[in-house]
Design a protein around this ligand. Structure first.
Ligand SMILES: Nc1ncnc2c1ncn2[C@@H]1O[C@H](COP(=O)(O)OP(=O)(O)O)[C@@H](O)[C@H]1O
Ligand SMILES: [Mg+2]
Length: 262
């Protein structure tokens, strides 16, 4: 059974594309054939994050408009067998792909791939609705700040209205030293407030930026991050795995923690 999973959030810059790329790479490394669909028409980024910007000939809008066959718009990641992507159009807007076409394209992709990961644009307008129209389930990405959490709450309501009711929460850029000592983790209380199952906590990690520059998903080079995303996949597949708070601070992180907070 294959499924289409939307990675979304209200705000931009929360880490949707980062999480989508690393989740897709992890799924493929775990032998689930996966395709990433960049639904961020006009602001595409997955091609760069996968180091495939020179390999894109056709995009999602071309498929929707019948300029090419779906097969021609699939770009394969040579370093991760089983990982492909469909780029977003660089110079068009969200209305260039209708909700019906998106649903149809995702339906065809589900015939060939175990997972279709749809990277949602920022905002809650037509681009969001187009991206959501193909999805069976969704992961809402949030950071721990109040604005982001309120956005996540709003997006949850909009997903419900779009008919996506199987929704999970991923918290990104969590910083161990910010979570209060001795109290329940801030992440768990956010998940409880949003009434969403917590599928994973991804820590703040400067290496993500480097990974984008190299055009390689971080999970290929960072064993800790790979383990984090493997656990997310296992939860996605129904395993009841407790979400661990972020690992202990290393000695150097502990030494620096008071400075980093300024
Ligand atoms: N866990 C993280 N730690 C550090 N930087 C991150 C993390 N997640 C995302 N970023 C950075 O934040 C920026 C925005 O991320 P991106 O995935 O493009 O967000 P979105 O798709 O939601 O707009 C990028 O520069 C990315 O490298
Ligand atoms: Mg993005």
């Amino acid at each position: 059974m294959s499924e289409a999973l939307l990675v979304t959030s209200g705000k931009g810059g929360v880490g949707k594309s980062t999480l989508a790329v690393n989740l897709a790479a992890t799924l493929a490394l775990m032998d689930y054939k996966t395709v990433l669909v960049d639904a961020d028409t006009g602001l595409r980024s997955l091609d760069v994050m996968l180091g495939l910007e020179n390999n894109v000939v056709y995009d999602l809008t071309d498929v929707a408009e019948g300029v090419c066959k779906l097969r021609q718009a699939l770009v394969h990641q040579p370093e991760v067998p089983g990982l492909s992507m469909v780029a977003a159009a660089a110079l068009r807007d969200a209305t260039s792909v209708s909700r019906e076409k998106m649903k149809e394209i995702v339906g065809h992709l589900k015939e060939r791939y175990a997972y279709v990961i749809i990277d949602c644009p920022a905002g809650v307008d037509e681009g969001f609705r187009v991206a959501a129209s193909g999805a069976d389930r969704a992961i809402i990405v949030t950071q721990t700040d109040a604005v982001c959490v309120r956005d996540a709450e709003r997006v949850k309501g909009l997903l419900e209205r779009a008919g996506v009711t199987d929704v999970m929460l991923a918290i990104n850029r969590a910083r161990r030293e910010k979570l209060k000592k001795g109290q329940e983790s801030a992440c768990e209380s956010i998940a409880r407030r949003l009434e969403l199952p917590l599928i994973g906590i991804v820590g703040e990690n400067d290496a993500f930026l480097n990974a984008v520059q190299k055009g390689r998903p971080l999970v290929l080079d960072d064993a800790d991050m790979k383990a984090t995303f493997e656990e997310i996949v296992r939860r996605l597949r129904g395993e009841e795995l407790p979400v661990k708070p972020l690992g202990k601070l290393s000695f150097w992180q502990w030494l620096m923690k008071d400075y980093r907070d300024y």
